[in-house]
Ligand binder design. Structure first.
Ligand code: NAD
Ligand code: MG
Length: 391
């Protein structure tokens, strides 16, 4: 299988290349992309010898070219258009969509439009543009396989043609598990003063900085509720969030007959990555076997709405429909960035998102241009709100 890895230098990208490197007979890397860590990308190019590498701008392209040998096989490209080009090359079969945030939407959509096997880690793409994205997947006959561990678990627990499964009946509820993040038990009055370093120190998963903050606010779970809505055609009131601090059960599907199917495993993203790379086959991912005796027990709690207001904001945006989820996503990206830069207190992340949702008028999102216009408007509104707060 020939593959493009978008966001190769990130947490998911590195795990993807780790799985790929275990199966050189099965996978061939055709293109890699990276944004900031050019040296890491150069190392990956030396190792995997892709035909193309994409970076953000001409300066980074020059640096990367300088780091590669004269006899390098890799053509270095740059910019958003090049990202879309390597996502729909005729010679590739699959695209790992692992760019973080809204920047990943255009190339992920390009891969779907080209009818590729799309391994979707970039949940923000689906949150912003769910209707447009799913319409393109169906029109082009793309194979959409979720990488997010919860959605991958749901996919594995819903045999058959999963898209539209909820609509056909038989499925009562989707139960999305959440670890509760680093602040599950922190006294609420201390949340005001938590630092970025505390917020990105996730108890179970090692991830990029943005998704780690999303896990601490539980906006990550909110984005995942919206993601599940689009992937599985599930209405908001049939997606329930369950806090499960051990992160061993990655999600569950509750059926009409009382059966509940779940997928379990160690919290290591190489499992869902290997699952989606090889589907419908199974391959070694390098993940250790699950040791239930060492784990001992599995616990479950109801999420606390007062502690995690972002979860409720996401449900509200999903129920509002139209552009609300795209506004939520853009405001969250800016607020998280401000928090990581030390410009915004942790609890003000939710306030900023709520205020942005109030300010940007509701609209329908019939196409990518409309999605990008909402994203632009919401970023402007959120930036004003942040500036007003002195953030
Ligand atoms: P990360 O920050 O570690 O990596 C992000 C990647 O995107 C990097 O390769 C970076 O160079 C690239 N990138 C960043 N900004 C870019 C831009 N403007 N243009 C082009 N490329 C850009 O993030 P991650 O943790 O690997 O997460 C990637 C995606 O996968 C996110 O959408 C996240 O929500 C999702 N995801 C991650 C995990 C995880 O365990 N890390 C789990 C589930 C879902
Ligand atoms: Mg997840």
């Amino acid at each position: 299988m020939k593959i493009t890895v978008l966001g190769a230098t990130g947490s998911i990208g590195v795990s993807t290349l780790d799985v790929i490197s275990r199966h050189p007979d099965r996978f061939e890397v055709v293109a890699l992309t990276g944004h900031a860590r050019i040296e890491a990308l150069a190392e990956q190019c030396r190792r995997f010898r892709p035909a193309y590498a994409v970076v953000g701008d001409p300066e980074a392209a020059k640096r990367l070219t300088g780091m590669l040998d004269d006899d390098a096989v890799t053509e270095v490209l740059h910019g958003p258009r090049a990202l879309c080009e390597v996502a729909c090359l005729p010679e590739i079969d699959a695209v790992m969509a692992a760019i973080v945030g809204a920047a990943g939407l255009p190339p992920t959509l390009a891969a779907a439009r080209a009818g590729k096997r799309v391994l979707l880690a970039n949940k923000e793409a689906l949150v912003m543009a769910g209707a447009v994205f799913m319409a393109e997947v169906h029109r082009a006959g793309a194979l959409l396989l979720p990488i997010d561990s919860e959605h991958n678990a749901i996919f594995q627990s819903m045999p058959g043609d999963y898209a539209g499964n909820m609509a056909r009946g038989g499925v009562r509820r989707i139960l999305l598990t959440a670890s509760g993040g680093p602040f599950r038990e922190t006294p609420v009055e201390q949340l005001q003063s938590v630092t970025p370093a505390q917020a990105v120190a996730h108890p179970n998963w090692s991830m990029g900085r943005k998704i780690s903050v999303d896990s601490a606010t539980m906006m990550n779970k909110g984005l995942e509720v919206i993601e599940a809505h689009w992937l599985f055609n599930a209405p908001a009131d049939r997606i329930e969030v369950v806090i499960h601090p051990q992160s061993v059960i990655h999600s569950l599907v509750d059926y009409a007959d009382g059966s509940v199917l779940a997928q379990l495993g160690n919290p290591d993203m190489r499992t869902p990555i290997a699952h989606a790379l090889a589907w419908p086959e199974r391959i070694d991912s390098g993940v250790a076997p699950l040791d239930l005796f060492a784990i001992g027990q599995l616990n479950f709690e109801r999420p606390d709405g007062a502690r995690f207001p972002c979860l409720d904001l996401a449900y509200r945006a999903l129920r509002a429909g139209g552009n609300a989820a795209a506004v939520l996503n853009a405001a969250n990206e800016l607020a998280v960035e401000a928090f990581l830069d030390g410009r915004l207190p942790f609890l003000a992340i939710a306030d900023t998102i709520a205020a942005t949702l109030d300010q940007v008028p509701r609209a329908e999102l019939p196409d990518l241009d409309a999605v990008l216009e909402t994203d632009r408007q919401a970023r402007l509104a959120a930036a004003k709100i942040l500036a007003h707060r002195g953030g």
